[in-house]
Each structure stands twice: as structure tokens, then as C-alpha cells.
Design a binder for this molecule. Structure first.
Ligand SMILES: [Zn+2]
Length: 300
């Protein structure tokens, strides 16, 4: 019989260093939070491929905001990986692809309609106040806060820059989030209060800062995206190429000869992020693709 003690060192290692609680709102929730620290960021690729079942590409009806519908391939998420490219090249002029160092950048360069250029993602420790349910008011219990990792995309970062530029520093104002209208997509309004409760009294400040200091994710960058080994990235790229070959009906052709689809572009990906399927996935012939520009939302 194998005996074991209750010591911390005997905890099972999950293999992932993203065990710290992540900040997410449930539907209808409001949250009062404070951003005291600056985020970390990294360049990431999200790989999504047409879903193929038994060699058949799956299609779904997508409803536009005006109520009309169109048919498009179901996209499935394969992975989100940190870009292997050089920061100087990615942030530089032009398309920002480092095809030499990053296989995902190389794929995107050769197949711009099938893969996005790297995008920035962010992660930060956020202070969440304990508030009365459905309100931004502190609970009647003694003041307390919890720390979460808040990860977000360019879209939300841009909003925070906007607020920061108005109020001088995000440390000076609590953020009022919600109510959350879509838990899966983490959709909620972001406003700011005229005060920051955490710095309102010496006692609150001390408690908040000591909680923030002693509750930290081991590796914040791990929340930005996995810094994956090349073999996992290549596996996802193979799956992606296979899926597009199925979509193009050219399953017997060599991988490198696959031609690009005319217009299944990034805009469509963004649109699919932003809309709900109007019916269950079904196999059917593709119809005309759409070019509609919407901001990409969070990848969950
Ligand atoms: Zn890359």
C-alpha cells in the first residue's frame, strides 16, 4: 500500500500552469474591479479549421444582424499558440509576419484566407471586490477582495486604453463591468466609477495590496497563450491543411499544392465569432462567402 502525506509537495501537477482562477462573469452578473497592475502581452495565433466529419465538411446557417441568413462552414478551434516570430518583425511595417521563424506566420503568409496574422493577447491580475449580488455596492460583511487573472484581446485592451486616457490612471478609478449579456463570449459593458474603493482608506489599501501580493499566478504569460512545442503547432497546421483540402474537394492532392479559397477570409472568422448558428450543422454545398467586418471577440 502506498502511503502519502498531506504536504504541498505531494499535490498532483496538472501539467498546466494556468490553474489560477480566471476572471469571468456569469450571465447577468455585475462586477466592481480594480486594475492596479499593468498587463503582460504576447503575440498569438488562433487556429480554426473547417469542421470535417467522415470526410464531409460541416455547414451551418449563419444569421446576419438584419435577420437574413447565409451558409458557411462550421469552424472548430484547434489551438491557440504563442507566435514563434521575432517581435521586431511582427510589430514592424507591412503585414507583421515572421515566416522564417514561425510556422504559423509562414502558413498565414502562404494562405492569408485560412490563417490570421498573429494578434496580441493580454493577461493581468485583477482585483474583484466582494459586492452585493447584482450591484456594484460593497457587501455588508467586512471589506474583502479576490484576485483573478483577466485575459483579454485587443478589443478590450483598446477600451481600457480609452478609459485610462480619460481618468489619468486606471488605479484611480474602479471599473464597473456588466451586466454580462453573454457568458460564453464574455460580453459586458465597461464603465468607470468616480472613485477607487481599494485606496479609499488605509485599511482597504493595505488589505487589497497584501491580497494582491500573496495571490498571484505562477506564470502570467501562460494565460496569454501556450508557448507550444513545434510538433504540436505542426500537428494543428496539418489538421488545418487537411480540413481545407476537404473543403476544396481535393483530398487526393499533395498538401503543398492546395490552392487558396477565394474569399473565406478573416472577416468571416470574425463574423462567426459574433453570431450564433441559426440551425444545427449539416452537410451541404457552400454558397457565396460573405465579407463582413466585425471586431473579433474573446476566444474562449
Ligand atoms: Zn507567428
Amino acid at each position: 500500500m502506498a502511503m502519502i502525506t498531506f504536504e504541498t509537495k505531494n499535490r498532483m501537477q496538472s501539467g498546466s500552469n494556468t490553474d489560477f482562477p480566471q476572471f469571468k462573469l456569469v450571465k447577468g452578473e455585475r462586477a466592481r474591479v480594480a486594475l492596479i497592475e499593468n498587463p503582460v502581452f504576447g503575440w498569438t495565433h488562433t487556429i480554426r479549421a473547417p469542421k470535417v466529419v467522415d470526410g464531409q465538411v460541416q455547414y451551418q446557417m449563419i444569421q446576419r444582424k438584419d435577420g437574413t441568413q447565409f451558409e458557411a462552414p462550421v469552424k472548430e478551434w484547434l489551438g491557440t499558440h504563442r507566435c514563434k516570430g521575432d517581435d521586431g518583425i511582427i510589430t514592424g511595417d507591412g503585414r507583421g509576419l515572421d515566416a522564417k521563424n514561425c510556422p504559423m506566420c509562414a502558413f498565414a503568409k502562404a494562405n492569408p484566407s485560412k490563417m490570421d496574422a498573429p494578434k496580441r493577447r493580454f493577461a493581468v491580475h485583477v482585483v474583484k471586490y466582494n459586492t452585493k449580488p447584482g450591484t456594484y455596492d460593497l457587501t455588508d460583511a467586512p471589506f474583502s477582495v479576490n484576485i483573478f487573472v483577466w485575459k483579454f484581446t485587443e478589443f478590450l485592451f483598446d477600451k481600457l486604453i480609452g478609459i485610462n486616457s480619460i481618468v489619468g490612471s486606471l488605479q484611480n478609478r474602479d471599473l464597473l463591468l456588466g451586466p454580462c449579456t453573454d457568458a460564453q463570449m464574455q460580453k459586458y459593458d465597461i464603465n468607470y466609477d468616480m472613485q477607487a474603493f481599494w485606496s479609499g482608506t488605509d485599511q482597504y489599501k493595505e488589505l487589497t495590496l497584501s491580497t494582491l501580493k500573496s495571490n498571484r499566478a505562477e506564470d502570467l504569460m501562460a494565460y496569454v497563450a501556450r508557448d507550444s512545442e513545434l510538433r504540436w503547432i505542426e500537428k494543428d497546421l496539418d489538421t488545418l491543411a487537411d480540413a481545407y483540402r476537404a473543403l476544396e474537394g481535393r483530398t487526393d492532392e499533395p498538401r503543398l499544392a492546395a490552392a487558396e479559397l477565394p474569399s473565406l477570409g478573416n472577416d468571416l472568422n470574425a463574423l462567426m465569432d459574433d453570431t450564433k448558428p441559426a440551425s444545427k450543422p449539416q452537410a451541404a454545398a457552400p454558397k457565396t462567402e460573405e465579407k463582413v467586418g466585425f471586431d473579433s471577440l474573446l476566444d474562449i
